[in-house]
Each structure stands twice: as structure tokens, then as C-alpha cells.
Design a protein around this ligand. Structure first.
Ligand SMILES: C=C1C[C@]23C[C@H]1CC[C@H]2[C@@]12CCC[C@@](C)(C(=O)O1)[C@H]2[C@@H]3C(=O)O
Ligand SMILES: O=C(O)CCC(=O)C(=O)O
Ligand SMILES: [Fe+2]
Length: 358
């Protein structure tokens, strides 16, 4: 049995100086500890100049005959795209949004009954990356990996089984969708199943594992100075994000700066994570993204963070490596990578990079 995601931070506890959430709804002014400046995050104010060119990540119809090439192109340029006709039932997305709203709507005391422990992955708390920043983020999160049963029972003594069913059904759908997307992207590079045997499409998909990250960004008195979720890349192969009908997600483009991804009802946002960047020998871009907040509407999002089981070594596909050069990265398992990220955050990728011998 390979180590599971549940155990990944066992030897890497985080001590968040302020892990207890304030009651956001009672704050009429933004406390100083929530006021971000470019000093707190180098790219905080990186806005496009001139602003608003209208360029954005593509919306790709998965039923389109050219979907594979469109996905490949989006992975190489933006590292993100939205998808329509993804096959996930609308009713399930609505149930998931209802669950998320209901969870964060619980009294703080109840949510804290399912608080994430310092060495754990699952449960209620601030995002793990919070420990790398001096300022607090205007959000609360709930992470699920493995069965949510124990945590959900604490949150909803009566209704937990219904909510478990929604999570299980959603994860089932996401698992299939994620592997389909990965293969569409790889095929656009001429990579076939013999080249990446561990990810064979014919398997039961049990070579993969995942976490669900539920996020809540309450309305904020001073949104321009606050940060919902600070800029980061995901450690995943792929992440599939559901956002409610409220803007806030931004992706970083070297040319344009921060670009807001508009919510498109019924669609899902997909982004390339660090492991897919490694697997593609740097061809696919692990996109820097963040979440901003606003003054009028609470925002909800659910990220499906998807990667391989912990006994699988990820390394650049040999076909994508030039015969006269080293692969761009050494091989790593997801567990090793998550631990590197837990210590070195945005330096993690460069730490596993192969450097050419002079
Ligand atoms: C499987 C994962 C992936 C994690 C760690 C672990 C569980 C929670 C994920 C997130 C979710 C929020 C952003 C992020 C950056 C964070 O702080 O926690 C993610 C992180 C990663 O992608 O590195
Ligand atoms: O809320 C969002 O739009 C982004 C969430 C995210 O990046 C994450 O959970 O990893
Ligand atoms: Fe993310």
C-alpha cells in the first residue's frame, strides 16, 4: 500500500500563528493584518498596462473535434482553460455548491470541531500556504482527502450521509474527467499510452488520487487591499475548479499581468499543475493563480486537486526530451514533491530541476 495523501504532512507540521478564523461577517473594517502591499507579495499589484485587453484563457468545447489541440495549445500558453460540455451533470454542480455554502454557513464553533490538525491534510482551516506570508488571507477553506465521513459527522450530525454521497459522486466524475483531459493534452504532443504506462486509460484509474479543496471568500469591506488566496501554483498534474457565479480567480500571464477568469455558468476551469509541467518536460505551464475578493458577493470555489498515487515516479516523458540534453527535471513522487513544497513553497520546482553540466 503506497503512502496516501492523508499522511503526506505527517513529518511537516505547520504552526500558523493565527489559525483561528475571525468572524468575517462582524468585521466592518479591514484589520491591518489583512492589508496586503507589494511588499507582502511581489506581484500583488502586477496589473496589465494598458489594462484590459480582453484577452483571456480559452473556453473549450470538449465535444469539438479539435478539442485535443485546443487543450494542448492552452496548456502550453496560459496553463489554464475553461471547459464546456464536460459531461458533469449540472444538478451535481448545484448540489456541490449547496454543500459548500452550507458548510461555511455553519457557526465557527461547529466548523472548528473539524479543524485540520497541524500534521493533517483534511479538515477546516486556512490554506496551507498561509504560513509563507506575513499577512492573512480573506478566506476559509475545507480540505477533503479520503472519506469525508468522520469530519462530516461532526459538522452535520443528521445530514452527513447525504453530503458524503455528493462528494463521492463528484470525485467519481472528476476522476474520469481529469484523466480524459490529461490524455487529450498529451496526445496533442504526440505522446501515446505506451510512453506513460502508469497512466493507462484502460486501468481503473486507481493509479490516481486527489484532494478536494472547498474555499469561501466572504464579502470584504476593502477588497482592493485584501487577498483571498495568495498567488501560487498547484502541486498537481491537473486541477479542475468549480467557481460559483462570482468573479475572483485570476491567472498570471507574463505579457498581461493578472487576468480575471470570468465565471461561465455550468463550465469548469482547468489548470496545469507542477507535476504536469514536469511530465511534459516544461512544455506545459504550471500557471500562477490567486483569488481576489469583493465587496458585494460571497464567493465559493471547489478545487479538485489531482495527481498520481505516491508510489509513482513522475519524470519527463522521454519522447519530449532532446537526445542531446538532460531532462529538465529529476523524477519525484507526488508525496516527495508536496513535502518539498511544504518547506520551500515557490522554490520547489527549481529544487528538482536538472542543471546542465558546464
Ligand atoms: C494535495 C494537496 C495539494 C495542496 C496541498 C494538499 C492538500 C491541499 C492543497 C492546497 C489547496 C489550496 C492551494 C494549495 C497550494 C494549498 O495551500 O493547499 C494546495 C496544495 C498544493 O497544490 O500544493
Ligand atoms: O478560489 C479560486 O478560484 C482558486 C482556488 C485555488 O487556487 C485552490 O484551491 O488551489
Ligand atoms: Fe490553486
Amino acid at each position: 500500500m503506497p503512502a496516501m495523501l492523508t499522511d503526506v504532512f505527517r513529518g511537516h507540521p505547520i504552526h500558523l500563528p493565527h489559525s483561528h478564523q475571525p468572524d468575517f461577517t462582524s468585521l466592518r473594517e479591514l484589520p491591518d493584518s489583512y492589508k496586503w502591499t507589494p511588499k507582502d507579495d511581489l506581484l500583488f499589484a502586477a496589473a496589465p498596462s494598458p489594462p484590459a485587453t480582453g484577452e483571456n484563457i480559452p473556453l473549450i468545447d470538449l465535444d469539438h473535434p479539435d478539442a485535443a489541440n485546443q487543450i494542448g495549445h492552452a496548456c502550453r500558453t496560459w496553463g489554464a482553460f475553461q471547459i464546456a460540455n464536460h459531461g458533469v451533470p449540472l444538478g451535481l454542480l448545484q448540489d456541490l455548491e449547496f454543500l459548500t455554502g452550507s458548510l461555511f454557513g455553519l457557526p465557527v464553533q461547529r466548523k472548528l470541531k473539524a479543524a485540520r490538525s497541524e500534521t493533517g491534510v483534511s479538515g477546516y482551516g486556512v490554506a496551507r500556504i498561509a504560513s509563507f506570508f506575513n499577512k492573512k488571507m480573506w478566506s476559509e477553506g475545507f480540505t477533503i482527502t479520503g472519506s469525508p465521513l468522520n469530519d462530516f459527522r461532526k459538522l452535520w450530525p443528521q445530514l452527513h450521509l447525504n453530503y458524503c454521497d455528493i462528494v463521492e459522486e463528484y470525485e467519481e466524475q472528476m476522476k474520469k474527467l481529469a484523466s480524459k483531459l490529461m490524455w487529450l493534452a498529451l496526445k496533442s504532443l504526440g505522446v501515446s499510452e505506451e510512453d506513460v504506462e502508469w497512466a493507462s486509460l484502460n486501468s481503473d484509474l486507481n493509479w490516481a488520487q486527489a484532494a478536494l479543496q472547498l474555499n469561501h471568500y466572504p464579502v470584504c469591506p476593502e477588497p482592493d487591499r485584501a487577498m483571498g488566496l495568495a498567488a501560487h501554483t498547484d502541486s498537481t498534474l491537473l486541477t479542475i475548479l468549480y467557481q460559483n457565479n462570482t468573479a475572483g480567480l485570476q491567472v498570471f500571464s507574463d505579457d498581461l499581468g493578472w487576468v480575471t477568469v470570468p465565471p461561465v455558468p455550468g463550465s469548469l476551469v482547468v489548470n496545469v499543475g507542477d507535476l504536469f509541467h514536469i511530465l511534459s518536460n516544461g512544455l506545459f505551464k504550471s500557471v500562477l493563480h490567486r483569488a481576489r475578493v469583493n465587496q458585494n458577493r460571497a464567493r465559493l470555489s471547489v478545487a479538485f486537486l489531482w495527481g498520481p498515487q505516491s508510489d509513482i515516479k513522475i519524470s519527463p516523458v522521454p519522447k519530449l526530451v532532446s537526445p542531446v540534453e538532460l531532462p529538465l527535471y529529476r523524477s519525484v513522487t507526488w508525496t516527495e514533491y508536496l513535502r518539498t513544497k511544504a518547506t520551500h513553497f515557490n522554490k520547489a520546482l527549481s529544487m528538482i530541476r536538472n542543471h546542465r553540466e558546464e
